[in-house]
Design a protein around this ligand. Structure first.
Ligand code: X2X
Length: 338
């Protein structure tokens, strides 16, 4: 089972590399700029489908001068490794959850504060507005460039192999995989769970071998990573929204002539907007599809979870960590928190 899955992922990666191999120009030259784009989701995820379309459009419009090659499924390393590589310049482009990026840029975790966004309308208003502008300015200070439009990962739900989560009490002591980020660890500690920080590339195996009994992710990730094979229950906790910043190594970005940068940014941002719509469609069909594959769904009342976070001092702690200015920008976008 494990081996089969590994093979499948490797097969996907090879197919990806083949399909985006450097294009030879009509007159026999290769591209002037061949840049790697790494990410942690499989090729079938809308993020890669839309990124591939953007890479094709960029190659066309630049007459092959800029060739973006896609490396899906953490093929170049875990998120933690790839973040180092994009900082060093070994990888030119990388999509990363703002919360994982917060290990380098603390303010990037603002969008992941528990229960901050009631719905997608609130998410895009904030992320395409002042909150997004603030986070991108913080990212710029770390010598990375973030494209204007953030890509959707989704509202996160909780899956387990052992029981449905109906109330915060069900999270007590639960061994749950979370991505590597203080925001996630702090949230699940506030729920009295036992969170384990594990990169996405190791998530399936960690669940399969029962290193952990649970994880939390949008339904798109549950389905595309085939977590339904190793998880039985899915509780619609909607505890946070998560998105992927499209990051570039600053030197690599600035090495591109202005006109190439403009073409690349235009297509990447348009692809992000299209990907958001794909995700909305996907997420609206997945509960039914995953039920068909044997998962049992429940919809707990979220107010008790929010109360638990408040009582554990989670909001107070994060307000102090982010600082008054950043917290005020978040609250101006989404209303009073905590
Ligand atoms: O690692 C995860 O859980 C994932 C795929 O959702 C992120 O990239 C944050």
């Amino acid at each position: 089972m494990h081996i089969t899955r590994r093979k499948m992922i490797q097969g996907t990666a090879v197919a990806a590399a083949a399909s985006v191999a450097p294009m030879k120009l009509a007159f026999g030259q290769s591209a002037e700029f061949t840049y790697k784009f790494a990410n942690n989701v499989p090729l079938t995820h809308p993020l890669n489908v839309r990124a591939k379309a953007a890479a094709d459009a960029i190659r066309n419009e630049t007459s092959g001068r800029l060739d973006i090659q896609i490396f899906p499924s953490s093929q170049l390393g875990s998120d933690t490794d790839t973040l180092s590589q994009v900082r060093a310049g070994g990888v030119e482009f990388f999509t990363l959850s703002g919360l994982i990026l917060s290990t380098l840029v603390p303010g990037a975790a603002l969008s992941g504060v528990g229960f901050a966004f009631p719905d997608y309308a609130a998410v895009w208003k904030a992320m395409d507005g002042d909150l997004g502008t603030y986070v991108r300015s913080q990212i710029a200070k770390a010598n990375l460039v973030a494209m204007d439009k953030i890509w959707d990962n989704g509202f996160r739900q909780t899956t387990t192999s052992i029981k449905p989560i109906n109330s915060p009490d069900d999270l007590r002591g639960l061994k749950i995989r979370v991505p590597v980020s203080p925001m996630w660890t702090s949230m699940f500690k506030a729920f009295d769970s036992a969170p384990a920080s594990i990169n996405a590339s190791e998530m399936y195996t960690a669940l399969q071998t029962k290193v952990v009994d649970a994880q939390e992710n949008p339904l798109s990730v549950v389905s595309i990573f085939k977590l339904h094979e190793v998880q039985k229950y899915c509780s619609l906790t909607n505890h946070m929204w998560d998105g992927f910043w499209f990051l570039a190594n600053r030197r690599a970005w600035e090495r591109l002539p202005a006109q190439l940068r403009e073409v690349a940014a235009k297509h990447l941002n348009a692809a992000a907007v299209a990907q958001r719509a794909d995700m909305a469609t996907l997420n609206s069909t997945l509960q039914q599809e995953l039920t068909g594959k044997g998962m049992a769904f429940n919809t707990p009342a979220t107010s008790a979870f929010r109360d638990k976070l408040r009582n554990a001092g989670y909001y107070t702690e994060w307000k102090t960590k982010f600082g008054e200015e950043a917290w005020a920008i978040l609250e101006r976008s989404v209303g009073k928190l905590g």
